[in-house]
Design a protein around this ligand. Structure first.
Ligand code: SAH
Length: 344
């Protein structure tokens, strides 16, 4: 098993059989070796730094109906909200004071945030916080739209590919959504010059070793600056409400494998990981993650951005407790600077 880990680290690639072996292994010593090598690799490139991003959930209105997602269009039982420009700028002001130098605006695909409105908000943040990175995560848009957002001052874009297997994609999304369009978006974002993040859920329905293998190959070819992965968490009132959740264990193994095949990636220990395990964030970092994304959204709306059940928005996931997070992460020998944390 250790030989497989060494082979992946040397070749920056993983074979399907190696992936299956690592994901099913019960050799705990070898798994510690995998995590240790991945953590060392992150430290070799980024030192002992863990970068933090302030997550601002700007809207839970969404025109899409992704089968897994708790803010899907057809879900009735949730209160819908969107933030206006002033509210978003207040989040940034609060975050800046807490040491955040990256703001991530994430939301459902909400037509209210057309190019004019979103560019206006991006430009305002750009001029008020020239030393901060602006990340968007608002789904699929036209190339022209991405270009306008980039020109307005956005630096980075998160758009999980969700799965690199077209047939799998079609089992997770309604027929009107298109695998090819999502891939097109990722290519356009790269070509425009965004730092791009792709990613997927671990343990999503119908996921197999083969689809995961394809996810890893997509990472190798796309060479994204960021890769966000977290466990699938079933959500009430969605078609996948009764499916089993992905596991923390499989997520940690995949974080480590991604770190070894794409060592420079910025890899978050995601909220979903923290939601399933009280030390999920720390475990993610010890397995090779190097980014945390505490929640900077207005407290009154946090519960409504319910992409999955029991999503953590307090404790270690809340921006207000960032000093506490810093102290906890210091115990791991890492530090959390007030830094944009760009791709290196
Ligand atoms: N509309 C944006 C943001 C989507 S929410 C976009 O399309 O990119 C961000 C991510 O949350 C999604 O990409 C998905 O991978 C993840 N997510 C959604 N539902 C989830 C669930 N039930 N469990 C775990 N992760 C989920």
């Amino acid at each position: 098993m250790k030989q497989i880990v060494d082979h992946i680290a040397q070749t920056r690639n993983v074979a399907l059989e190696e992936l299956a072996a690592l994901l099913t292994s019960e050799d705990h010593e070898a798994l510690q070796y995998l995590f240790g090598r991945a953590h060392d690799e992150a430290q070799r490139i980024y030192g002992n730094k863990i970068f933090m991003r302030g997550l601002i959930e700007i809207s839970n209105h969404c025109k899409n109906d992704c089968l897994y997602c708790g803010i899907r269009r057809s879900r009735q039982g949730i209160a819908r909200y969107r933030l206006d420009k002033e509210q978003i700028l207040e989040c940034c002001q609060q975050g800046y004071g807490l040491g955040f130098r990256t703001f991530v605006m994430q939301g459902g695909e909400d037509a209210w945030f057309n190019d004019d409105r979103l560019c206006d908000i991006v430009a305002a943040i750009r001029s008020q916080y020239p030393d901060c990175a602006i990340t968007l995560s608002v789904g699929e848009r036209s190339r022209e739209s991405y270009q306008r957002l980039y020109d307005a001052g956005a630096d980075r874009y998160l758009l999980r590919h969700e799965t690199a297997d077209k047939r799998h994609y079609e089992k997770l999304h309604p027929a009107e959504m298109s695998f090819d369009n999502r891939q097109r978006c990722l290519r356009d974002l790269k070509e425009i010059g965004f730092q791009v993040g792709c990613g997927f859920m671990v343990g999503s329905p119908y996921q197999t070793f083969e689809t995961l293998y394809q996810d890893l190959q997509l990472i190798r070819t796309l060479q994204p600056e960021m890769v966000g992965i977290g466990p699938f968490i079933p959500t009430a009132e969605t078609p996948f409400a009764d499916r089993p959740a992905g596991t923390v264990d499989a997520t940690l193994r995949l974080i480590a494998i991604i770190r070894l095949i794409h060592p420079h990636a910025l890899l978050p220990a995601t909220t979903a990981l923290g939601t399933l395990h009280p030390q999920g964030r720390e475990l993610g970092i010890m397995a090779g993650a190097n980014v945390i994304m505490p929640n900077l959204s207005p407290v009154a709306h946090r519960k409504d951005y319910s992409i999955y059940d029991n999503k953590l928005a307090s404790g270690s996931e809340a921006a207000e407790t960032v000093e506490d997070s810093r102290a906890r992460l210091k115990l791991l020998g890492t530090e959390v600077p007030a830094d944009r944390g760009d791709f290196q």
